[in-house]
Design a protein around this ligand. Structure first.
Ligand code: SF4
Length: 154
């Protein structure tokens, strides 16, 4: 039987071989803004080394296979992190970012444009996250069931 291909988590952790870098963190400390790469790059030791003393996830957006039930944010059907982002964060762009992983992105598949309009402010490991980003990264304050809908954003 063929294995089912899981969508990509757009706030994944680096793992050599099956992950890609698709964005670079820019903007300011207070207001990060992702620059989406024209071509996603496979994660290599050389790319990881570019982050120097900080974690690669502080300066790169990395896509890796959604871990589904192995992830703290998955409720068995949906990524609750994507739900919180859409429901609690403001939009930061008005057009879809030129993102190379869209067709495989879990957040896009689940939330559509609403996720993309908020995505550029997300830094996977952000030591300087605002209170609202901190709360969105944590699921303590979010209802378990939608509408009846480390600060580590992963
Ligand atoms: S939410 Fe949209 S912009 Fe962000 S990674 Fe997914 S497809 Fe790309």
């Amino acid at each position: 039987m063929d294995s089912v291909k899981l969508p990509l988590c757009p706030s994944g952790q680096p793992k050599i071989g099956d992950t890609v870098v698709f964005g670079v963190v820019g903007g300011t400390v207070e207001a990060a803004s992702i620059t989406y790469l024209k071509e996603s790059q496979p994660v290599t030791e050389e790319i990881l080394a570019l982050s120097g003393p900080v974690k690669p996830t502080e300066i790169f957006r990395i896509a890796s296979s959604c871990q589904a039930n192995a992830c703290q944010h998955f409720d068995g059907a949906n990524c609750r992190l994507a739900m919180r982002i859409v429901e609690q964060l403001p939009t930061v762009v008005e057009t879809l970012p030129a993102c190379q992983i869209r067709s495989s992105c879990r957040w896009w598949q689940q939330e559509g444009k609403a996720a993309c309009y908020r995505c550029p402010q997300i830094v996977t490991n952000n030591s300087y996250s605002s209170q609202i980003l901190h709360e969105v990264a944590s699921d303590r304050s979010f209802p378990k069931v939608r509408k009846q809908t480390s600060k580590q954003i992963r």
